[in-house]
Design a protein around this ligand. Structure first.
Ligand code: PSU
Ligand code: MN
Length: 311
């Protein structure tokens, strides 16, 4: 199943060959999601967190036209320092970047594609993309959602930011048959906040339950991902009013400046960072670490299932 364009790091390859747990990590969060050097530092801490949970981390990116599953600390620092100068690479960008030998930071969608090619079933990130506010008119729906509809990877996230229309995002996921699982919560978390007022499809208490659901889904031939929504740890959650105010201002500014398309999410993220004076950055770092820890437990549980080879 190894693809001509794919390079799997030796440590990741050994783990996959031996059926040991591996967790994929994305790289747009490094280049476009946080400032340097916190982005690179966080990416390395997230890898350590995965290791502490007994799994091998595989940070995913495109370097010199090659799909990479497993980066060196040097590669991570390179992506962090280049920041938004690296192309944000989603599904539609892969052909051009590969054909032209370019670099790309992978979004949730393209990280899922590369995980699947490599044979990695569990992926941890911060927040997924979704249906943007006004999406019913603009049709700005993240390719993360269409990927979740078709590619067999479990995505551990802290829900999605309320820069999006979370209600429409959940409607879309329902239509495409993507299970939204709340880890020890009944509510779909809203990234900085543990609450959105919207329900998840199923509350789950343990990683082992999620692993059973992955197995059941894929053994039925129900292709596509699952969302494991893990609320931000209570101690780091932000007051709802602060974050609401920052999001409104960021949205108004994006509208005034006419920011659209793939530039919109990074623009809003950076604005919110500035408006909350870095508090949102701390929250962001902590929730990613927490997701990495849960993803490691999930990868361990999935690797330990008796009936294998459904993935
Ligand atoms: N949401 C966040 N942080 C992020 C992203 C989204 O809270 O870093 C990034 C992820 O890489 C996600 C991408 O896959 O933005 C979605 O971008 P778009 O909406 O353009 O599909
Ligand atoms: Mn978009």
């Amino acid at each position: 199943m190894i693809n001509h364009y794919l390079d799997i790091a030796p440590e990741v390859m050994d783990a996959l060959n031996e059926g040991r747990p591996v967790v994929a990590l994305e790289s747009t969060i490094i280049s476009h999601g946080m400032p340097y050097p916190q982005n690179a530092e966080t990416a390395l801490r997230v890898e350590q967190q995965v290791r502490a949970g007994g799994a091998v981390p595989a940070t995913i990116a495109i370097l010199g036209g090659r799909l990479k599953a497993g980066l060196s600390p040097r590669d991570i620092d390179y992506l962090g320092e280049k920041g938004a100068k690296v192309a944000k690479a989603s599904r539609r960008d892969l052909p051009a970047l590969l054909a032209r030998g370019m670099d790309g930071a992978t979004t949730v969608a393209s990280t899922m594609i590369i995980s699947r090619l490599a044979g990695i079933a569990v992926f941890a990130t911060g927040g997924i993309g979704g249906v943007h506010r006004g999406g019913a008119q603009t049709m700005d729906v993240s390719a993360d959602l269409t990927e979740l509809a078709r590619t067999n990877v479990a995505v551990v996230c802290a829900g999605a930011k309320s820069i999006l229309d979370l209600e429409l995002t959940l409607e879309y996921l329902e239509t495409y048959g993507v299970p939204v699982l709340g880890f020890q919560t009944d509510e779909f978390p809203a990234f900085y906040s543990r609450h959105s007022g919207l329900s998840v499809d199923f509350r789950v208490e343990a990683a082992s339950e999620i692993a059973e659901m992955m197995q059941a889904k894929w053994s039925l031939g129900l292709d596509g991902g699952l969302i494991v929504a893990n609320p931000i740890p209570e101690a780091y959650a932000m007051p709802a009013d602060d974050i609401k105010a920052a999001i409104s201002r960021a949205l108004a500014e994006a509208e005034a400046k006419g920011v659209k398309g793939k530039a919109l999410t990074p623009f809003l993220l950076a604005k919110i960072e500035g408006l909350t004076e870095g508090r949102s950055l701390q929250a962001n770092i902590q929730l990613v670490l927490s997701n990495a820890a849960l993803a490691a437990r999930l990868a361990v549980a999935f690797a330990g299932l008796q009936v294998k080879r459904v993935f």
